[in-house]
Design a protein around this ligand. Structure first.
Ligand code: AMP
Length: 398
């Protein structure tokens, strides 16, 4: 029972092939530089060394075809025939207000994803291209769309509305949508399983801290608030994105520096955050190292990140009227014991405390809070691909 999972970006394509009887990953790969010179496929059959195929990939459809070739390859592939694929699951960034869960792709679904392009102009077009290429190459195979925004559709209206005139919400759909929903759903679920508590009775704050970051309040199984919003800039300090800024600051800078919207957007998305504050790198590893060596701006970036995350945890504990668990995930959350320690320090008043020895862990599921602490703190590596594969299998009900 094989399911293929696709995450199609503007110039890249990631894939994983699952055996859904065992939920085992059979193969995975990354196609880079689609439409750019030097395109290549890095393909890895589980248990084997990765192989690189240097092939010209001028557009996504060729990329999808080459990926299928790699999966069918006699030496490195896993499939004898494409008929073995029961379905393909696609990551789609924006489903607007229409999709609160994953769906089987049909014409209507494609139209709605298209309608959401203005809300995610960088991502939805690439996601659509991947789906359309797959439909063309495998017209008989069901395709499923899994949305980053879907998990957050349970937020109450008072949490997702912005205080601008109401008609802008009606006319332009401006509201908080939130992102990384698949990740927050997965890790909050896993936390309940690890703690052996019913998911629908737990109050969890999930901290997805990577190059892009978001914090979510998951109250009894439902997302009730999240730190990313209409777009992917707000919330905490990210690799190159600013996190929360006062909107009047944006207007002020645009006027003072004579910036147009394109330039301002570039500054907020690409020149800010950990990179903009530290002046060193967007990669937290470099910044942690520089901070240890006494670089004050690197230290400031680290302090700003951890303070922002701590502040959100406090706010979300208030939003939920309590908190049972804090979960760390994604590149920083899974790997940086420094960030986890700094975030939780100061949350003792909530009953959260991290055990330094247990916190000494990278990329593994573990409870890192002290024995008997009121609030459990956990590291849970995220697995968005598995959620997509599970939803896909569930929807086509084989
Ligand atoms: P992601 O977007 O989830 O891939 O996360 C990327 C971020 O995780 C980058 O800022 C990396 O510096 C950070 N990261 C990865 N490994 C480590 C590590 N061992 N220690 C600190 N940060 C890490």
């Amino acid at each position: 029972m094989k399911v293929l999972v696709l995450n199609c970006g503007s110039s890249s394509l990631k894939y994983q092939l699952f055996d859904m009887t065992t939920e085992e990953v059979l193969a995975k790969g990354l196609i880079e530089r689609i439409g750019i010179e030097g395109s290549r496929i890095k393909h890895e059959k589980t248990g084997d060394e990765p192989v690189i195929f240097d092939v010209p990939i001028p557009e996504h459809k060729t990329g999808v075809r080459k990926m299928l070739d790699a999966l069918l390859d006699e030496k490195h592939g896993l499939l004898k025939s494409l008929d073995e694929l029961i379905a393909v699951g696609h990551r789609v960034v924006h489903g607007g207000e229409k999709f609160a869960r994953s769906v089987i792709v049909d014409k209507e679904v494609l139209n709605v994803i298209e309608e959401c392009v203005p809300l995610a102009p960088l991502h939805n077009p690439a996601n659509l291209t991947g789906i359309k290429a797959m439909v063309e190459l495998l017209p008989e195979t069901p395709q499923v769309a899994v949305f980053d925004t879907a998990f957050h559709q349970t937020m109450p209206k008072y949490a997702y509305m912005y205080g601008v005139p109401y008609h802008y919400y009606e006319e332009h759909r401006v509201r908080r949508y939130g992102f990384h929903g698949t990740s927050h759903a997965y890790v909050s679920h896993r936390a309940a399983e690890i703690l052996q508590k019913p998911f629908n009775e737990l109050k969890v704050v999930t901290c997805h801290l990577g190059n892009g970051s978001s914090i979510t309040a998951v109250d009894c199984g439902k997302s009730v608030d999240t730190s990313l919003g209409f777009g992917t800039v707000p919330g905490v300090l990210m690799g190159t994105r600013s996190g929360e800024v006062d909107p009047t600051l944006v207007l002020y800078l645009m006027e003072k520096e004579n910036l147009d919207t394109k330039l301002m957007s570039h500054i907020l998305h690409k020149e800010s955050g950990i990179l903009g504050i530290s002046g060193i790198s967007s990669d937290l590893r470099d910044v942690e190292e520089a901070a240890e060596q006494g670089n004050q701006r690197a230290k400031l970036a680290l302090d700003m990140l951890c303070y922002g995350v701590r502040k959100h945890i406090g706010a979300y504990a208030a939003a939920m009227g309590g908190i049972d668990a804090i979960v760390f995930t994604a590149g920083i959350g899974e790997n940086s014991s420094t960030v986890r320690k700094m975030v939780v320090e100061g949350l003792e008043f909530l009953g959260a405390d991290v055990d330094p020895e247990k916190n000494n862990v990278r990329g593994k599921e573990r409870i890192i809070s002290t024995d008997g602490a009121k609030v459990s703190v956990l590291v849970v590596p995220t697995n968005e691909e598995l959620v997509i594969a599970r939803d896909t299998k569930e929807l086509i009900k084989v």
